[in-house]
Design a protein around this ligand. Structure first.
Ligand code: PEP
Ligand code: MG
Length: 325
């Protein structure tokens, strides 16, 4: 079976009626980018940079970060690499950042909130990413955006960093797409507003689910309630994709839902453009997408949007999958 799946690596993820999606990989280190093209990745849809900052006693400096981002960009040979700015806090602690103890770390001082507060750290990272942009196709996304003001502040820091580098004649790419992760319901609900200002969305279902249904993604006790097939989550996803289509920008998904074959017909039906997942899932998802008819998936998505519970959704998806050729 492994051999048969490998045959899909070089193929496009296109439905029988011609709807093409981009299959991308999630990585945590630049080393993981090596060999991704051969396995069928058309892009890196999520480079989680926090690993570079973890398990060490001091923050990586600008040059060290630059080398890492450049290595990832070069490994992808011109294909897009979406670099996510630092997403620490929540469950990820840094020993050299003294963050006060919090009652609810997942609702606390995390990701973009921390970066906007500690601009020294944010500026250093953005400088490193921009310098690396001269070596490939880099896109940048900000995690845990909850409202427009936060996005605009992050964009302003980016604009300043860019202006500084240009003034100093440091080579950087002419154009870098800037996007936000949609992983907080408030951002999904305002997707129409964001779509006027950002270049793309990337839906982080891992957090979007936890914040939509109020279930800690790490808590086994309530894991039964944690489900990306919850109809409320699906409505949010639809809202985001529709807002992007309306404005002619693209939507990706980098949470684990994107790598689940059972979810694939729903995501095709909703019109998701870029799918980013664990590298091990890419070939299977390509195979699934190639078996599907977009029109049938759209009809399925419409039925699903009218359902009441995750169980009904799952059931419909299982039936659909069984009937696929
Ligand atoms: C997500 O929240 O879905 C996501 C991709 O980010 P992380 O899992 O790193 O929080
Ligand atoms: Mg997240």
């Amino acid at each position: 079976a492994r051999q048969r799946l490998q045959a899909f690596a070089g193929q496009e993820a296109v439905t029988t009626d011609g709807f093409r999606v981009e299959i991308a990989a999630n990585i945590g280190t630049p080393e993981e980018a090596a060999g991704l093209i051969g396995r069928g990745a058309e892009a890196v849809g999520l480079y989680r940079t926090e690993f570079l900052f973890m398990s060490r006693s001091a923050m990586p400096d600008e040059d060290e970060q630059y080398e890492a981002y450049k290595a990832a960009a070069e490994a992808m040979q011109g294909r897009p690499v979406v670099i996510r700015t630092l997403d620490v806090g929540g469950d990820k602690e840094l020993p050299y950042l003294s963050v006060p103890h919090e009652m609810n770390p997942f609702l606390g001082y995390r990701a973009i909130r921390l970066c906007l507060d500690r601009q020294d750290l944010f500026v250093t990272q953005l400088r490193a990413i921009l310098r690396a942009s001269a070596h490939g196709t880099i896109k940048i996304m900000f995690p845990m955006i909850s409202g427009l003001a936060e996005w605009r502040r992050a964009k302003a820091v980016y604009d300043n960093v860019r202006a500084d580098l240009l003034r100093d004649h440091v080579p950087i790419a002419d154009r870098i797409e800037l996007g936000i992760m949609v992983e907080i319901p408030s951002a999904a609900l305002q997707a129409d507003r964001f779509a006027k200002e950002v270049d793309f969305f990337s839906i982080g279902t891992n957090d979007l689910v936890q914040y939509t249904v109020a279930v800690d993604r790490m808590n086994e006790q309530v894991a039964g309630l944690y489900d990306y097939f919850h109809p409320a989550v699906i409505r949010l996803i639809k809202r985001v994709i529709d807002a992007s289509v309306e404005r002619g920008i693209w939507t990706g998904m980098c949470g684990s839902m994107a790598g689940d074959p059972l979810a694939a017909p729903l995501l095709v039906g909703l019109g998701l453009h870029e799918w980013s997942m664990a590298p091990s899932a890419m070939q299977k998802i390509k195979r699934e997408v190639r078996r599907m008819d977009r029109a049938a998936c759209q009809e399925l998505a419409e039925r699903i949007l009218d359902m009441d519970t995750p169980e009904e959704v799952r059931d419909a998806l299982e039936r659909f999958q069984h009937r696929l050729p």
